[in-house]
Design a protein around this ligand. Structure first.
Ligand code: ZN
Ligand code: ZN
Length: 390
């Protein structure tokens, strides 16, 4: 019988040190050079087959078990955010203006901790574990190009599991949910082209600013009047620029925003739905427009069976009372791309508590004692799939 806790606690100091080492060298999306070298060296030292330079800075480590069997993929993200750190921690960022403020240092440390523990059990595994370290989760997204470069193939991935440290849940809790967990998130840009002129003579102009305000409110009605109120959807216009002074009617207005939904069909229908509204308003007012819609991440939807497995592993790790069903969030995650291709589960590890800063905050930090919980759940999921009955 494998004493998984014992193996994890032997690795524990190193897991914390790894998190701190990575925290010191945060790098932004697709610039994760040092991080990539660090991760690849560690995976090599554990005897894994390592592929580097996947989608730029991505790293894949393959642990082949002693016997044939399925392949479990564990995913971690590598990128940090372009923001200054204000934690005052002894292991704070040494890269000015860049900070691991989304816990991705922790995600990597947990995956590497699991790699160390599982490598020591290699002979007992029936199947393979694929450790995927991807760039650019914060955008524009590293998962898609990693998939394009074949990370789900050779050997083919059967299930895919990943997690996020989550300040929205108290420390010590684990959140596991079947079905939609995080929203699809896209971006749109709209330029309204009117005809400028004197502020006293609107009838001789096409007021792009005024048309823009109508478009903003019509887009809100798209959600409130054209969509099922039981289906959560968001259209946010986050920027609106028009005009230069008080007595000139502006000829252009520039808007940009984002949409969110958990529903794949709605996700795919946004561009057409939105353009119908924009075209109608602009036509009525005599304006032209240039509408660009860019798909971001799909909705993150967990597989029922894999979520049940993760749930059972979380219960084994922290006890039934500390495993909860988390509220879904309109935030997006590019883990969604893997989950579109293979069944899997993305889950949350609570790090919240008194005085804890939220994600993407300059004071963001977490107690790295929590990392062992993540290592344990990841290891248990793998062992659940790759242990041969004896
Ligand atoms: Zn983030
Ligand atoms: Zn994140």
């Amino acid at each position: 019988m494998i004493d998984i806790r014992d193996l994890i606690s032997k690795e524990s100091e190193k897991t914390v040190a790894t998190r701190r080492d990575l925290h010191r060298i945060p790098e932004t999306a697709f610039n994760e050079q040092k991080t990539s070298v660090f991760v690849a060296e560690r995976l090599r030292s554990l005897g894994l087959e390592v592929r580097t330079g996947v989608a730029g800075t991505g790293v894949v480590g393959l642990l082949r078990g002693g016997n044939p069997g399925p392949t479990v993929m564990l995913r971690a993200d590598m990128d940090a955010l372009p923001m200054a750190e204000a934690t005052g921690l002894p292991f704070a960022s040494t890269h000015e203006g860049v900070m691991h403020a989304c816990g991705h240092d922790g995600h990597m440390a947990m995956a590497l901790g699991a790699a160390a523990v599982l490598a020591s059990l290699r002979e007992q595994l029936s199947g393979s574990v694929k450790f995927v370290f991807q760039p650019a989760e914060e955008g524009p997204g590293g998962a898609r190009p990693m998939i394009d470069e074949g990370v789900l193939k050779d050997p083919d991935v059967d299930i895919c599991v990943g997690c996020h440290l989550w300040p929205g849940m108290p420390e010590g809790y684990v959140g596991v949910k079947s079905g939609p967990l995080m929203a699809a998130m896209d971006r749109f840009d709209l330029t309204i082209l009117g005809q400028g002129g004197h502020g006293a003579m609107p009838h001789l102009c096409v007021d792009a600013l005024e048309v823009g305000t109508q478009v903003v409110s019509a887009l809100q009605r798209l959600v409130s009047r054209k969509m099922d109120p039981l289906s959560p959807n968001v259209v946010t216009v986050g920027s609106f620029h028009s005009g230069s002074t008080f007595n000139v009617i502006p000829s252009t207005a520039e808007l940009a925003g984002t949409t969110r939904t958990f529903d794949r069909e709605i996700w795919l229908s946004w561009p057409e739905r939105m353009e119908t509204v924009i075209r109608g308003v602009c036509e009525a007012m005599g304006a032209e427009y240039d509408f660009r819609y860019a798909q971001g991440y799909p909705p993150t939807i967990n597989d029922k069976q894999v979520a049940a497995e993760v749930h059972a592993c979380a219960v084994a790790a922290v006890g039934e009372n500390y495993v909860v069903e988390p509220a879904s969030t309109m935030g997006g995650e590019d883990m969604a791309f893997y989950l579109e291709q293979v069944p899997g589960c993305f889950f949350f590890i609570g790090i919240g508590g008194e005085g804890r800063a939220p994600l993407h905050n300059a004071a963001f930090d977490f107690d790295d004692g929590i990392l062992d919980t993540g290592v344990e759940i990841l290891c248990r999921v793998v062992l659940g799939r790759l242990s041969s009955p004896d």
